[in-house]
Design a protein around this ligand. Structure first.
Ligand code: ZN
Length: 50
């Protein structure tokens, strides 16, 4: 599987080699830093190939 990344507007880059890991990390970041709950669909919609 290819690496995917999410560039958060705050400047944080979340990078993962599989979808589950990307979703988990992005959800944790959104919750911890932005007090936001993201769905899996929202995370994947923000993701782009590296
Ligand atoms: Zn952020």
């Amino acid at each position: 599987m290819t690496t995917k990344i999410i560039r958060c507007p705050c400047g944080t880059v979340v990078r993962a080699r599989d979808e589950d890991s990307l979703v988990t990390q992005a959800q944790k970041h959104a919750r911890d830093v932005h007090a936001m709950e993201l769905t899996r669909e929202q995370v994947l919609a923000m993701a782009s190939p590296e």
